[in-house]
Write a protein that binds this ligand. Structure first.
Ligand code: SPD
Length: 403
C-alpha cells in the first residue's frame, strides 16, 4: 500500500514537471524496477532524475480514447459529450441489440471495447468465464453513491460487487395502448393477468389487427413465457424451453414485429401491445405525448409480476483503456449524471445519491421505481447455463420461423 502511494506521488511529480495533465497511474512498477531506475541516476540531480525515471516507468499513458458498447436508446443526450469535454477522452460509442450479440463478442475476444453493458443474466457467466476485468475500485470513489440494497441483489451474480456497476434497471413486461386494445378485444374484457395479452392466442388473435410487438432474442422471450407457464423463468431444463416454445407457437401467427428498438413502433402506433422493457415503453409514452399523438402508451404491472433486469457497466478482460473506462464509470456515478439518464429515459437508477435530483414525478412513478407491493411479485434476475442458452436459441429460432 505504502509502495503504491509512493509511486502515485512520484507519477504526479513527474507529470507536473513535464507540464502535462495528470493521468491516472497505471501498472505500478515492481520495487526492483524502481530501484534499478534509481541506481542509474548520478550527480547533483540524481534524486530528481531517479524520481522522474521511476515515475515514467510507473505511468502507463493510456491514449485518450474510450470504446463503449451499449444498448440502443440508453444514454442521455449530452452525457457522452460532457464527459469528452471534461476529460479530453474521445468516446467511440456503438450499440448492440441483445445480450446474445454482446456475449458472442466477449467470448470471441479482442472486441476492441473498453466498456460494455451486459444484463445481469449474462454477466454471471461472463464473470465466471473470465471475460471481464475486476474493477479497480480505488479509481471509482463514486461507487459509494450506489444503493447498498441493489448492490446486495446484484451480488447474487457478482459476489463482492467486483465487476459490475449498475447502469440502469427496469423489467420486462407488457405495454398497451388501452383504447386500441379495448376496441380490438370487443366484448372480451382485459385479462387480470396481463401476460395473457401476449401469450394467450384467444387474445392475440384479436390484437393482431392493431399490432403485437415482441422483443427479439431467445433470452428476452422464453423466460417470460416460462414464467407465464408457472415455471422457473431461469430454468435450464430443455423440457421447460420446449413447453414455452409450444405455447409461443400458438401466438406466432399473430405477432407483427420482432425488435429490440420498439419505442417508435409503440409511440407511432404500429403496435398496440408489446412484450418489452418498461423503460422503453415509458420513453414511447413520453414520445407520443411530445408528438401530440393520440397514441397513449401504458406500462402494465402484471399481477404475476414482470422480470427485473439490471444492466451494468463492465470492463472486458482485454480492454485497452481500462483506466478511461474507470474514469467514465466514476463520472457516470456522479449524482447529477445518473439522474440525467433516469430523467430523460425513465430507466431507474441504482445511484441512491442521485434520487434527490430525479424528477419527483419519476420517483413517484411505480412503473419506473416499482412500488413495494409490485416489487414483491417481480422475478429477480438469475442466470442460464451455456447449454440452456443454446437450447433456448433453438426453440426461439423455430418459433420465429413459425415452425
Ligand atoms: N433501450 C435500452 C434497453 C436496455 C435493455 N436491456 C435489457 C436487458 C434485459 N434482459
Amino acid at each position: 500500500m505504502k509502495h503504491n502511494i509512493l509511486i502515485l506521488s512520484l507519477s504526479v511529480l513527474a507529470l507536473a514537471a513535464c507540464g502535462e495533465k495528470e493521468l491516472p497511474a497505471a501498472n505500478t512498477p515492481t520495487p526492483v524496477a524502481a530501484r534499478a531506475a534509481s541506481a542509474t541516476a548520478s550527480g547533483a540531480s540524481a534524486a530528481s532524475a531517479a524520481l522522474a525515471a521511476s515515475a515514467q516507468a510507473a505511468v502507463h499513458h493510456e491514449e485518450k480514447v474510450l470504446n463503449i458498447y451499449n444498448w440502443p436508446d440508453y444514454v442521455s443526450a449530452d452525457l457522452i459529450a460532457n464527459f469528452e469535454k471534461e476529460t479530453g477522452i474521445k468516446v467511440n460509442y456503438q450499440t448492440f441489440e441483445n445480450n446474445e450479440g454482446l456475449h458472442a463478442k466477449l467470448v470471441a475476444g479482442n472486441s476492441g471495447f473498453d466498456l460494455v453493458v451486459p444484463g445481469a443474466v449474462f454477466a454471471k457467466s461472463q464473470i465466471e468465464g473470465g471475460l471481464l476485468m475486476k474493477l479497480d475500485k480505488s479509481r471509482i470513489p463514486n461507487l459509494a453513491n450506489l444503493d447498498p440494497a441493489i448492490m446486495g441483489k446484484l451480488a447474487s451474480v457478482d459476489p463482492g460487487n467486483d465487476y459490475l456497476v449498475p447502469w440502469a434497471w427496469s423489467y420486462t413486461t407488457v405495454g398497451i395502448q388501452r383504447d386500441k386494445v379495448k376496441r380490438a378485444l370487443g366484448s372480451m374484457p382485459l385479462p387480470d393477468n396481463t401476460w395473457e395479452l401476449v401469450f394467450n392466442p384467444a387474445y392475440t388473435a384479436k390484437l393482431k389487427s392493431c399490432g403485437i410487438a415482441y422483443l427479439d432474442s431467445p433470452t428476452e422471450v422464453i423466460p417470460p413465457a416460462m414464467h407465464h407457464l408457472g415455471k422457473n423463468p431461469y430454468s435450464n431444463d430443455p423440457a421447460d424451453h420446449k413447453a414455452a416454445g409450444d405455447m409461443l407457437a400458438k401466438v406466432r401467427p399473430h405477432i407483427r414485429i420482432f425488435t429490440s428498438t420498439m419505442i417508435d413502433d409503440l409511440a407511432g402506433g404500429k403496435a398496440c401491445v408489446a412484450l418489452g422493457w418498461a423503460g422503453d415503453m415509458n420513453i414511447a409514452r413520453n414520445r407520443a405525448i411530445e408528438n401530440k399523438s393520440t397514441n397513449v402508451v401504458e406500462v402494465l404491472l402484471p399481477s404475476s409480476g414482470g422480470l427485473i433486469f439490471f444492466d451494468s457497466l463492465a470492463i472486458p478482460k482485454d480492454a485497452q483503456h481500462p483506466q478511461n473506462a474507470a474514469a467514465f464509470i466514476n463520472y457516470y456515478l456522479r449524482p447529477e449524471v445518473s439522474a440525467s439518464l433516469t430523467n430523460e429515459l425513465t430507466y431507474a437508477t441504482a445511484n441512491k445519491a442521485s434520487l434527490t435530483k430525479v424528477k419527483p414525478e419519476i420517483v413517484a412513478n411505480k412503473t419506473v421505481f416499482v412500488d413495494e407491493e409490485n416489487m414483491k411479485k417481480m422475478v429477480s434476475p438469475s442466470s442460464f447455463s451455456n447449454e440452456a442458452r443454446e437450447s433456448m436459441s433453438n426453440v426461439y429460432t423455430q418459433f420465429k420461423k413459425g415452425k
